[in-house]
Design a protein around this ligand. Sequence first.
Ligand code: 0PR
Length: 395
Amino acid sequence: MKNEALEEEYIFKKLNEFKSKDLNYSSGRILGSMCSEPHPLSKKVFMDFLDSNMGDPGLFKGTKAIEDEVIKIMASFLSLDKPHGNIVTGGSEANIMAMRSARNLYMERNNLKNQWNEPFEVILPKSAHFSFKKASDILGIKLIEINLNDEYKMDIKSVKEKINKNTIAIVGVAGTTELGMIDPIEELSQIAIDKNIYLHVDAAFGGFSIPFLKDIGYDIPNFDFSNEGISSITIDPHKMGLTIIPTGCIIYREKKYLDLISVDSPYLTVKKQATIVGTRSGASSAATWAMLKYMGKEGYSQLANSCMINTNFLADALLKEGFSLITKPQLNILGFNHPKIDMNDLVKAIEEKSWRVSTSSYPKAIRIVVMPHIKNTHLREFMRDLREIKNDFNI
Ligand code: 0PR
């Protein structure tokens, strides 16, 4: 491709042409995404810190202090006073880091030197996010998938049965990708303590809503560091935190877990580096810091509450119209079907009315993530369209 220099005006014109093909959150039409419109403040702050590189934090001591403070504030939501961790690109990177820590801890404990010859196993629910498949491939660990109980949560009896001498970690999910369910973390924590196994909790989605919902009286099970068996938690500001992409976060109970995955970085201002990414956005930390300060706990409680109110509104409206829910939503994610319409036909009809939904793989259902950009008016329009679709199917 010939790539000659162009005028700025033309460049913007072309970019706008590309952008006009994107969907936007504010239309309310994106019903199956875990991301949302970032708050204008987080966009503004992000722009101010574009040049800061957390891969060489000695050059950006101010931004590094922001990253540390962000970790500390988020850990306080998760009942941990002295956290260790990093702001990373997202939940996938955070989960891969946690699995790397668990593997290296197991190797240290068992005095193993070669990571490529060992039958490492990680026990995780069938509902775990596909980032663990990447971790498995990269780190050479076998995934032992646990079936879900009739509430779509990890079956504890099977967890106990699958533990063996090769188990390097157990993973529980607080807010599953497909249905938003919360695994029995307290029980997993007890198992992790009894068997001395690393426990990681993937709260990429739920981490930014469960603590705030609990604060205002929602009856949601405990999933945080107050469970002594938990070693690390993934929590993503770029999902329910209203901040910009890319922003994920890994929080560890002990510094040791970061040390175990640190490599020498001799010519940098800091001599060790643990993150997978080298050159790393400081702007993500700054934008998140701004949002944490701007929203406060109250702001995030209100946000999570309004998403739950909309989720429950949608759940009731669907039931009234004869749709079936996979299960009562625990967070702001909902799976539904119609007993008389094939799921794929229903998705097609919904998309023809310019909504974008996603589908869950287990169990098969249409999946709606009721993010902050989805307002009650959008849901009413959606229900109107579903009624029309039912008519078209003669139901
Ligand atoms: N853990 C859980 C529980 C997740 O749901 C996700 C992503 C991850 C980890 C990985 O996070 P990153 O994607 O930040 O690495 N869940 C969403 C999903 O796969 C991500 C997503 C977001 C997908 C917006 C589509 C979309 O439009 O559904």
